[in-house]
Design a protein around this ligand. Structure first.
Ligand code: HEM
Length: 406
């Protein structure tokens, strides 16, 4: 349903762009033809089995924010906070104003806003709930390529905000920060973006700041094993992962990595060398062994000189589930650009967010392997990291995390 809407907006957007360009129109503040009917009116549901913002289509604007509970705030304060945040998210996602609204998004529709809440490892100590902490929140192993800034890593609570409008996303961010009240303080905050709906002739996989089509081989909700890979099953369903507490049913684990791209170095590579780093063509994302974007990689194929067509250290080879005992995750990132770093290079890259039912069967084995010999690692640097338990969605009348905190 949602993709259909975005696709329709795409066609409209492109046509309007062409007309404007050809006639050399001055740009007006609001073009009635592209108003709410397209991007702004699309909404996601706050209530449901899973929280929104996991399988929701990627939005063009995002904020990732971590909070720490203030000294003295415990389980009661955390429960009240989750109740306030849930009420705020439900209203904003329906396109309604928040309490004491700032007015920033008054004239916009919901614009596919999603607000997703997670708990970090330290949350459980602060709230006296250590016995309820899933083993899946055990610290991620250290990787040799890590250059992590602890001040921009982890946190008691995590909020992911996404929307197809920058003002709607900012409005939600401020509402969430205000609703934190005296209970929690922002620990770190990152802002990201993706392509806007409507700028390509048809819906297509997004590109990252290296220019690659990124997301092709993501698991799809229609895959028979999608739910098992991405969501924690209900207790007693027979497919449960070991060590998952009942309150996590319908939930998922988010691994967040701020991955800086060393773009000055990357952009010095010629196209052929860039394609060898990934093992796919840059133009359309197709494997170097031929076909289209969704054609399988032929990992055994050799060229006339006997060398592998998809190199042994190509990112798409090393990260493939076939090479990692089936380990897979749903990647749902935002790009970021925070100007120039002190060393004069762009502070830009990927706010890598991946979702899985168990990080030990998703991110960890794949990153371990990438860390040992991914051709991409010369051109990236992991600068911050977070691991969060994202509980299942709230039913009507319930707040997110209630099954843990009540
Ligand atoms: C695939 C880029 C980091 C896991 C890909 C592809 C690209 C890409 C272009 C091929 C198209 C696709 O299937 O999506 C990048 C960039 C990264 C990055 C630019 C860093 C800035 C990571 C990290 C992980 C990861 C940290 C996990 C530890 C994967 C997986 C696939 C993939 C699982 C799909 C493999 C398959 O299913 O065959 N990545 N990636 N990537 N990447 Fe990354």
């Amino acid at each position: 349903r949602l993709l259909g809407t975005v696709g329709a907006a795409g066609a409209t957007g492109l046509a309007l762009g062409a007309v404007g360009g050809a006639a050399g129109h001055a740009v007006t503040a609001a073009d009635p033809a592209t108003a709410l009917a397209t991007v702004g009116s699309t909404g996601e549901s706050f209530h449901g089995e899973h929280q929104s913002g996991i399988t929701s289509p990627m939005q063009s604007h995002g904020h990732l924010v971590a909070f720490d509970l203030v000294a003295g705030a415990g389980r009661r304060e955390a429960a009240a906070l989750m109740r306030r945040w849930s009420a705020t998210a439900a209203r904003l996602m329906a396109g309604e104003p928040a309490d004491d609204d700032t007015g920033v998004a008054l004239d916009a529709g919901p614009s596919s806003l999603t607000i997703t809440f997670g708990f970090g490892r330290t949350f459980f100590d602060r709230t006296g709930l250590a016995a309820q902490r899933p083993v899946q929140l055990d610290p991620l192993p250290a990787f040799s390529g890590d250059r992590l800034d602890p001040r921009r890593s982890e946190g008691d609570l995590w909020v992911q905000i996404g929307a197809n409008d920058a003002l709607v996303a900012f409005h939600a961010l401020r509402a969430v920060q205000k609703a934190a009240g005296a209970a929690a303080r922002t620990r770190w905050q990152m802002t990201g973006f993706n392509r806007s709906p409507g700028v390509t002739a048809q819906p297509m996989t997004s590109r990252n700041l290296m220019g690659q089509i990124d997301g092709t081989r993501n698991p799809k909700p229609s895959d028979h094993d999608f739910d098992r890979r991405v969501f924690v099953p209900a207790a007693g369903s027979g497919s449960g992962s070991p060590g998952q507490p009942a309150w996590m049913a319908g939930g998922s684990y988010a691994v967040v990595r701020r991955i800086r791209m060393l773009l000055d170095d990357w952009e010095k590579l010629n196209l052929r060398d860039q394609e060898l780093v990934i093992g796919r063509r840059k133009s359309d994302g197709a494997p170097l062994t031929g076909g289209g974007e969704t054609t399988e990689l032929d990992l055994d194929r050799t060229g006339p000189d006997g060398s592998l067509v998809v190199p042994a250290n190509a990112h798409a080879r090393i990260s493939a589930p076939e090479q990692n005992a089936g380990a897979a995750m749903l990647r749902r990132p935002f790009s970021y650009h925070d100007g120039m770093a002190a060393d004069g290079t762009p502070d830009a890259g990927l706010l890598f967010v991946c979702w899985q039912a168990d990080p030990l069967r998703g991110f960890v084995p794949v990153q371990r392997k990438l860390d040992r010999g991914d051709a991409l690692s010369t051109f990236i640097r992991h600068e911050a990291s977070g691991l969060f338990a994202v509980p299942g969605g709230a039913e009507k009348g319930e707040y997110v995390g209630e099954r843990l905190l009540e």
